[in-house]
Design a protein around this ligand. Sequence first.
Ligand code: ZN
Length: 322
Amino acid sequence: MKAMSRMKKYVWMMTAALVATAIEAAPVRVVATVGMVADLVRAVGGDAVEVTTLIGEGIDPHVYKPTRHDVLALSRADMIFYNGLLLEGKMADVLERLGRQGKPVVAVADGLAADVILADGADPRHHDPHVWMDAALWSHAVGKVGEALTAQRPDKAESFQAAAARYRAELLRLDAYIRKIAATIEPSRRVLVTAHDAFHYFGRAYGVEVMGIQGISTESEAGLNDINRLVDALVRRDIRAIFVETSVADRNVRALIEGARARGHEVVIGGSLFSDAMGAAGTYEGTYIGMMDHNAGTVVRALGGRVPEGGFRSWNEETSAP
Ligand code: ZN
């Protein structure tokens, strides 16, 4: 009988150990609002995370309202990551509520130094949330993700730290690449006109003046005055290419082109940019690096600069032109 009870005890201990291993090995279920944030969490978390994105390809986060299905996914998640600075303006309530209930809810832009965050020109109470448009600035958000994941899974601290360092280095290389190609645009042509004001961080980092038809958020409609003011700028400054965005309707951009044409000035669409949503999942443009590579290459080419064949992916900082 004594042997039997020892056996039972052994079985019980083995079962407990197996259960503990299974719990430990289960990936952290993360829900991220936008693709750029999801990509960041995946890059740092690796196999230890399972990331779901709520706001997909071509969808505008400024006006996105969470569905019942989203709210369910958010409440079931182990952790939630979002950009913050009011990018996901219509989700603020539900995110705050879940945070108050004790769920780890992390705004990746929140940890960035106050002096590098741009203000919303139209509303001084708000900040410009489009921080991912500056790859070097976005690399600072990597640390915040690493810390938050480590708090959840301290056993993985080392692998999170190593992955964060690798990803940060890659983002800084991307930043160097964009600087290099942007510098090939002739100074008088460094003007980026887009559907909404998502590119101020891009402009500050890479030396391009930025004008958006709609403001920082797409919530407020552009008026006739905004269109006329920009048509004036296009004609006066001889701007020849303007850009549409995948997550914003292109009617304002077309109105600008029409307005300029009526005044005898030809403007073309220089390309389509990924501003607040990445490309399709599973494609290069569906990654943060691919989205930035696409945007930078499209802008530089349309404004008359030089982009190496193959873009960032085949760029070698030592040997590649430009
Ligand atoms: Zn935006």
